[in-house]
Ligand binder design. Structure first.
Ligand SMILES: Cc1cc2nc3c(=O)[nH]c(=O)nc-3n(C[C@H](O)[C@H](O)[C@H](O)COP(=O)(O)OP(=O)(O)OC[C@H]3O[C@@H](n4cnc5c(N)ncnc54)[C@H](O)[C@@H]3O)c2cc1C
Ligand SMILES: Cc1ncc(C[n+]2csc(CCOP(=O)(O)OP(=O)(O)O)c2C)c(N)n1
Ligand SMILES: [Mg+2]
Length: 575
């Protein structure tokens, strides 16, 4: 491409690799890139109002499509704003390329206006972060970054000074095609035989299934069937594991069900499949632990395991199945399923409309949303109590998707993730479950919905507080402080921003408002005044014990005293 600029080469390389948009906020140091995009029809600039939203949107796009997504920020503060969303993408293993424009190259190192060092700044939230200091590095450095993001599943960053982007390219495009298919990774025959032997020697096997089970639903169920094993899932495993699953006994963890916890605790062997479940307190204390993970470095990371194998869940289970002797005794499975039915009943009892004068239960809002949403809806839930309601009341079905900031746990993720989701899937229903704190944090990007004409639906759980933090404070024995929110009328703000803005303040208004919003062809926001006192505790116990146990768990988890949780569980409070 003689006569083209480095920026043109960059854009051409992205397009060839299948990239169709760059999320970002324009800026002087990005001029060459935006100008290059302006002249083309096969890629667009997707403008947001805060670069953090751009990174979250790219992360969402990458998680939903499994393909490389791209975001960009101008030099200094512009790309610095990307950082939180990039951490989220990286920890979610989303292949994202961030283009961090840099100050003019002759000024680097002088403490110049807006000077930062993106190649150093983003090191912690990326697999690769390099400065392009001369045209001769392009397109090679860009291609290395893209390949790294895709094959190592995470973030890669290139820092590109505005002046270098404007200089003539010295090479043509290489026609890079990104690897799309995963290699088939399965353990050795000897490892599979050992795995089968351990399974054969156990009488009560429970499977803990995580995000690594994506695409392995059938294999997972066949294995569980053969082992008469209940399947407990993690939050990131929910969308891949829970649906059409007669072995499902719920989630474990702080927001999980007591049945999930018990199914793990009462097993004599727990098989960890594609999970990096972080809370050590919730791993069983006496069972043999056996782990399958695509990445060797993940094995035994949370708790010591007796045996671990490197492999893709689907491939490993398929190769293992012929070696597994079917188990006949189904007592462990039956007990776990009965436990789960009880826990589920307890949760469902909380998701009711209540009397006309009662406050709106947030669980009811989530349950209604679940019922009213389309079979292939994409949900994004904010960190805070919306994560709890999503985990407990959304039903996945193999088509629906659930995004959150599950590993990084940043607030304000839902709206920008919904933006990325709707751009990638214009014809699907996209629903953000936002906290009032979370929505306010990146409120500016409400404007993006009109700017880009994205029919995203936002449901705001308006509890006038940072409720999740409130709960943490109470649980840890603090007097709640600094958690009250003086909220605006979000529906009016939405209306002012050109959205359909609705509010529900009594239980009977919730259903009509949600229906109207979901049926609306454009973007819509429904603020629901939910009860802020709603307790986020494991159900199935009488109220007093729920309080005691729930608060105790919260306290123990957040203070790291997990052994006490286990001790408490041993006294059978959970039963
Ligand atoms: C407020 C809040 C509360 C939360 N409470 C809970 C809770 O109570 N319970 C809960 O479960 N989570 C909870 N979470 C989420 C939690 O923090 C973790 O994000 C989640 O548990 C991780 O799930 P995972 O282990 O399945 O996914 P990841 O952490 O993403 O781990 C996936 C693992 O699978 C491996 N892998 C990927 N692909 C494959 C493959 N094809 N084959 C084999 N291995 C593969 C990866 O290498 C990795 O080790 C909460 C989050 C928030 C924000
Ligand atoms: C960026 C960021 N800041 C602070 C926190 C700590 N934090 C976790 S949940 C939460 C409250 C969220 O409030 P809101 O969005 O209103 O949801 P609620 O729990 O009230 O439903 C806070 C402050 C965080 N996780 N991320
Ligand atoms: Mg709130």
């Amino acid at each position: 491409m003689p006569g083209t600029r480095v920026a043109d080469l960059l854009v051409e390389t992205l397009v060839t690799a299948g990239v169709r948009r760059i999320h970002g906020v324009a800026g002087d140091s990005l001029n060459a890139i935006t100008d290059s995009i302006r002249a083309r029809r096969d890629i667009v600039w997707a403008p947001v109002r805060h670069e953090e939203s751009a990174a979250f949107a790219a992360g969402a796009e990458a998680q939903l499509t499994g393909r490389l997504a791209v975001c960009a920020g101008s030099c200094g503060p512009g790309n610095l704003h990307l950082i939180n969303g990039l951490f989220d993408a990286h920890r979610s293993r989303a292949p994202v390329l961030a283009i961090a424009a840099q100050i003019p190259s002759p000024e680097i190192g002088s403490g110049y206006f807006q000077e930062t060092h993106p190649d150093q700044l983003f090191r912690e939230c990326s697999h690769y972060a390099e400065l392009v200091s001369q045209p001769e590095q392009m397109p090679r450095v860009l291609e290395i970054a893209m390949r790294t993001a895709v094959s190592r599943e995470g973030v890669a960053v290139i820092a590109l000074p505005g002046d270098v982007a404007l200089r003539p390219a010295t090479a043509g495009p290489s026609g890079l095609r990104l690897p799309e298919l995963r290699p088939r990774v399965r353990p050795s025959d000897a490892d599979l035989a050992r795995l089968a032997e351990l399974l054969a020697g156990a009488t009560r096997v429970t499977i803990l299934a995580g995000a690594g089970c994506a695409g392995a639903h059938d294999a997972l169920l066949s294995l569980a069937d053969r082992l008469q094993a209940p399947i407990v899932h993690t939050l990131r495993g929910k969308e891949w594991v829970e649906y059409s699953n007669p072995h499902d006994v719920g989630m474990t963890g702080l927001l999980g069900f007591s049945s999930g916890y018990h199914a793990l605790e009462s097993a004599d062997l727990v098989l960890l499949l594609g999970t990096d479940f972080p809370y050590r307190q919730f791993y069983p204390t006496s069972a043999t632990l056996v782990q399958v993970d695509l990445r060797g470095e993940q094995i035994g990371r949370r708790v010591p395991v007796q045996f671990g194998v490197v492999g893709d869940v689907g491939e490993t289970v398929a190769a293992l199945l012929p070696l597994v002797t079917p188990k006949r005794d189904d007592r462990h499975l039956r007990a776990a399923l009965a436990d789960y039915a009880k826990a589920r009943e307890g949760l469902d009892a909380l998701a009711t409309e209540g009397s006309a004068s009662s406050k709106i239960h947030p669980q009811y809002v989530a349950r209604l949303l679940d019922r009213l949403a389309k079979p292939d809806a994409i949900f994004a839930c904010d960190v805070g109590t919306p994560t709890v309601w999503a985990a407990r009341y959304l039903t996945m079905n193999g088509q629906r998707r659930l995004l959150g900031s599950f590993n990084h746990a940043s607030m304000a993720n839902a709206l920008p993730q919904a933006i990325g989701a709707q751009l990638a899937f214009p014809d699907r229903q996209v629903i953000a479950m936002s906290g009032d704190g979370g929505l306010a944090m990146l409120l500016g990007d409400l404007l993006t919905l009109r700017q880009l004409d994205l029919p995203v639906k936002i449901v705001v759980f308006k509890n006038d507080s940072l409720a999740f933090v409130n709960l943490e404070m109470e649980a840890a024995g603090f007097v709640p402080y600094a958690t009250d929110l003086k909220n605006p009328n979000f529906a009016a703000i939405a209306t002012g921003a050109g959205l359909l803005g609705l509010s529900a303040t009594t239980p009977d208004q919730v259903q009509p408002a949600l229906r109207q919003a979901l049926d609306h062809p454009g973007p819509a926001l429904v603020e629901v005044a939910v009860d802020r006192q709603e307790i986020v505790l494991p159900p199935t116990l009488d109220l007093d014990l729920v309080r005691k146990f729930g608060l105790f768990v919260v306290r123990a988890v957040f203070s790291g005293r997990g052994d006490e949780v286990v001790d408490l569980a041993k006294t059978s409070l959970l039963r």
